[in-house]
Design a protein around this ligand. Structure first.
Ligand SMILES: [Cu+2]
Length: 263
C-alpha cells in the first residue's frame, strides 16, 4: 500500500513537470529582446524551482515507502533539527532574493529607463470597452484633456479644443502602430475601471489605473500584426476589448503618421 502511495506521488510529480515543459514551449513567438529576456528569466525560475520540486516530491515518496508500517519496525519520533531548519530557510531565502534581484534588470528596463532621443511616445487610455491611442503630432506635445469633454464619437479622451498643443494630436481607436527597431514609450491610463494592457508577443502585461499614467518601454524587432488584449475582467464587454499592434518599417510608419494627420 505504501508503495502505491509513493508511486502516485511520483507519477503526479512527473505529469506536473511534463505539463509545465509543454506549456513553456507553447508560448507565442517573441518580437523584442526584452521579451526574450523575460522568457529567459521565467525559464530560469522554472528550472530552479522545478529541480527543488522534483527533489522534494521524490524524497516524500521515498519516505512514505521507507517508513511504512511493517512488522518489527517501531515508529520513530524526531523532535526537529535546528541546523537543517535554519539551513533550509537560509537557502530558500537566498534563492528567492537572488531570483528577484536578477529580474530587476528587465523590470527597470521596462518601467524606468526611458528618454531615448528617437523614442516614439504613445498615450493609451483604456475604457469600457476600447483602447484609445494618442500620438502627440508634429509638436511632440500632448494637448490637455478634461473629463467633461468626453465624447465617444468625436473626442473620446476629451482633448481641450483651445489648447494649441492638442490640435495636431492624432487619436486612433484600438490600433497601436509603431516603427520597428525604435524605442517606444507608452503612457498607460484608464477612464473608468482597471483594465489590463496585454501584448503577448512582447510579454508586456500592465494594469491601467484611473488617475495614474504608467510608463512602459519596448522596442519591437519584427514587423507584423499582433493582438492586444485586455487582461483584467473589466465588465460585461471585456471579451471584445481588444486591439491590434502593427509594427511597420520606419518609412511606412512615417507615411501612416502623415495619413492620420490629414484626416
Ligand atoms: Cu478592459
Amino acid at each position: 500500500m505504501a508503495f502505491v502511495v509513493a508511486l502516485i506521488i511520483w507519477v503526479i510529480t512527473a505529469v506536473s513537470v511534463w505539463m509545465l515543459m509543454d506549456a513553456n514551449s507553447a508560448m507565442p513567438a517573441t518580437i523584442s529582446e526584452m521579451a526574450r529576456q523575460i522568457d529567459a528569466q521565467f525559464f530560469f525560475t522554472l528550472v530552479v524551482t522545478g529541480v527543488v520540486f522534483v527533489l522534494a516530491q521524490g524524497l516524500l515518496g521515498w519516505f512514505v515507502f521507507q517508513y511504512r508500517d511493517r512488522p518489527g519496525q517501531r515508529a520513530r519520533y524526531v523532535h526537529g533539527n535546528n541546523l537543517v531548519e535554519v539551513g533550509g530557510a537560509v537557502v530558500i531565502g537566498v534563492v528567492f532574493v537572488g531570483l528577484a534581484v536578477a529580474a530587476q534588470k528587465v523590470w527597470s528596463a521596462l518601467h524606468l529607463e526611458g528618454g531615448a532621443a528617437n523614442q516614439v511616445v504613445v498615450e493609451i487610455t483604456g475604457e469600457q470597452f476600447a483602447w484609445t491611442m494618442r500620438y502627440p503630432g508634429q509638436d511632440g506635445q500632448f494637448g490637455e484633456t478634461a473629463p467633461e469633454l468626453y465624447d465617444a464619437a468625436n473626442n473620446p479622451i476629451g482633448i481641450k479644443p483651445d489648447d494649441p498643443s492638442g490640435q495636431d494630436d492624432i487619436v486612433v481607436l484600438n490600433e497601436l502602430v509603431v516603427p520597428v527597431n525604435q524605442p517606444v514609450e507608452l503612457q498607460l491610463g484608464s477612464k473608468d475601471v482597471l483594465h489590463g494592457f496585454y501584448m503577448p508577443q512582447l510579454r508586456i502585461k500592465q494594469d491601467t489605473v484611473p488617475g495614474l499614467r504608467i510608463p512602459l518601454r519596448f522596442t519591437a524587432d519584427q514587423t507584423g500584426e499582433y493582438e492586444i488584449a485586455c487582461a483584467e475582467l473589466c465588465g460585461l464587454g471585456h471579451y471584445r476589448m481588444k486591439g491590434t499592434l502593427r509594427v511597420l518599417e520606419e518609412s511606412e510608419f512615417q507615411n501612416w503618421l502623415v495619413e492620420q494627420a490629414v484626416q
